[in-house]
Design a protein around this ligand. Structure first.
Ligand code: FAD
Length: 426
């Protein structure tokens, strides 16, 4: 049993082992006073003398056991027996741990001592600021490290929450190349408020990202709640949704309608891009090799802005959108002066409905204007027919969501939101 191994193992265990013993030792002092002195003096000494010399030579372990024994010497025989027992158990655990390491060392073809070192080094690196790194996996601790790692290995998969990547493995049975995990980078886990808006870092989970967005835009509460499920929202990230860039991803229509922008970084170089310019075509993004999304910035609410986002799916919870829509319209006087309308599920990418927007701008906020705009949707999109919906259904539904936006904003008496429907049927 190599002493070095033994002594390191004992440090924390010794601390935890000595505590309960000490507690037990101090309590029944009054009771022990009545016991014969001779009995209390003899036992521990003979017991400790019978231990192998190699064991007591291990420094921290020996210190710990000496301390416990010192306390035990002034207590009752029963308490001493308990203390002795816990020392024996503690030593047995050390032996077991060392045996396990020896076996591991044998399997790895190394000495138990060197495998112990490897194990402890790996475990310590989890706690320290140093990055966990071994062949095929790297978890950098800073954005700079991440940028350098991805630049050096642009074919690596960037892993955030893994809620999409997990499916590559479980559904598509894909082999993954090397992985760079961003969940250890404190600076990417931050949400901050800046003049440009709310800046949400790449490693911020959806739960927190949506939390910050909904605090500014309560109109998006239902969308946030219907995104995946709590486990998916706690693990997945908003930037992962953006970077994955699925045409039916739920965050993008709302973010595009709000005028969100992303920060992209490659090596030392950083650039900013409006989110609606990020998507170039199906599974094609304005993302260079070795580049990553560092954050997304969601602008603050604007005066006179009307906003809504709707997710249309067969089930309320845990379903994929057939259509996801977001509308942000600004009015001055009786005219619409700005309109940003974006859809998921109508094209190969999350996209703005530019003809529909143009049809609204300059018109009054009336049902007639909404009808003109709804008719323009066919200029913007020629949706696919697939298992979730037909082309005709998607176009019709998109127009109806625009109408719903208008009626809701006008305070329609008919409840259309799930929360309102639930309240109405209670
Ligand atoms: C059960 C379930 C339910 C779901 N429900 C919904 C839903 O309702 N709506 C919805 O839109 N999605 C849903 N998803 C999909 C998924 O949860 C989201 O797309 C999520 O936001 C992905 O984030 P992530 O951090 O898990 O990404 P990951 O799986 O870690 O990565 C996804 C992709 O983005 C890349 N990537 C991640 N972060 C970055 C970055 N910072 N820079 C560059 N590239 C990056 C990765 O390399 C990978 O290609 C669901 C998934 C599951 C499994």
């Amino acid at each position: 049993m190599p002493p070095a191994r033994r002594s390191s193992t004992t440090k924390s265990t010794a601390r935890s082992a000595s505590k309960p013993a000490a507690r037990k030792a101090s309590k029944p002092a009054a009771r022990s006073a009545s016991k014969p002195a001779a009995r209390s003096a003899s036992k521990p000494a003979s017991r400790s003398a019978s231990k192998p010399a190699a064991r007591s030579a291990t420094k921290p372990a020996a210190r710990a056991t000496r301390a416990v024994r010192a306390r035990a010497s002034s207590t009752s025989a029963a308490t001493r027996r308990e203390v002795e027992l816990s020392i024996t158990r503690f030593e047995k655990r050390l032996d077991d741990a060392n045996d396990a390491l020896a076996t591991l060392g044998k399997h790895l073809g190394r000495s138990a001592q060197s495998s112990y070192k490897e194990v402890t080094t790996a475990l310590r690196s989890l706690r320290r600021q140093r990055a966990l790194k071994f062949p095929g996996f790297h978890a950098p601790r800073t954005s700079d490290e991440l940028a350098a790692a991805l630049e050096a290995d642009p074919d690596a998969v960037l892993l955030a929450g893994g809620t999409d990547i997990g499916l590559w493995v479980t559904q598509q049975l894909r082999d993954l190349p090397s992985i760079i995990y961003i969940g250890e980078i404190a600076e990417l886990k931050r949400i901050r408020s800046e003049a440009a808006g709310i800046v949400i870092g790449a490693a911020v989970p959806l739960t927190e990202g949506w939390g910050a967005i909904v605090a500014a835009y309560p109109q998006l509460a239902e969308l946030a709640q219907r995104f995946g499920s709590p486990p998916v929202r706690n693990s997945g990230t908003l930037c992962g949704n953006i970077a994955n860039g699925s045409p039916i991803g739920d965050a993008m229509p709302a973010l595009i309608a709000l005028g969100a922008a992303i920060e992209l970084r490659r090596g030392e170089h950083t650039r900013h891009l409006p989110l609606d310019r990020f998507y170039l075509g199906y599974q094609r993004k304005d993302l260079a090799r070795g580049e990553f999304v560092a954050s997304v910035t969601v602008p603050a609410p604007r005066a006179g802005q009307r906003l809504a986002s709707y997710k249309l799916s067969k089930r309320i919870d845990q379903d994929i959108s057939a259509v996801c829509a977001a509308f942000a319209v600004e009015q001055q006087g009786d005219r619409i002066v700005a309109a940003r309308i974006a859809f998921g599920g109508l094209a190969a990418i999350p996209a703005r409905a530019r003809a529909t927007e143009a049809a609204l701008i300059g018109r009054p906020w009336t049902q007639e204007s909404i009808e003109v705009a709804a008719a323009a949707l066919a200029e913007d999109f020629q949706p696919l027919t697939d298992l979730r919906a037909s082309c005709a259904y998607r176009l019709q539904a998109a127009g109806n969501l625009l109408r719903r936006f208008y009626f809701e904003a006008e305070g329609s008496a008919v409840p259309v939101r799930t929360a309102a429907l639930a309240a109405a049927t209670r």
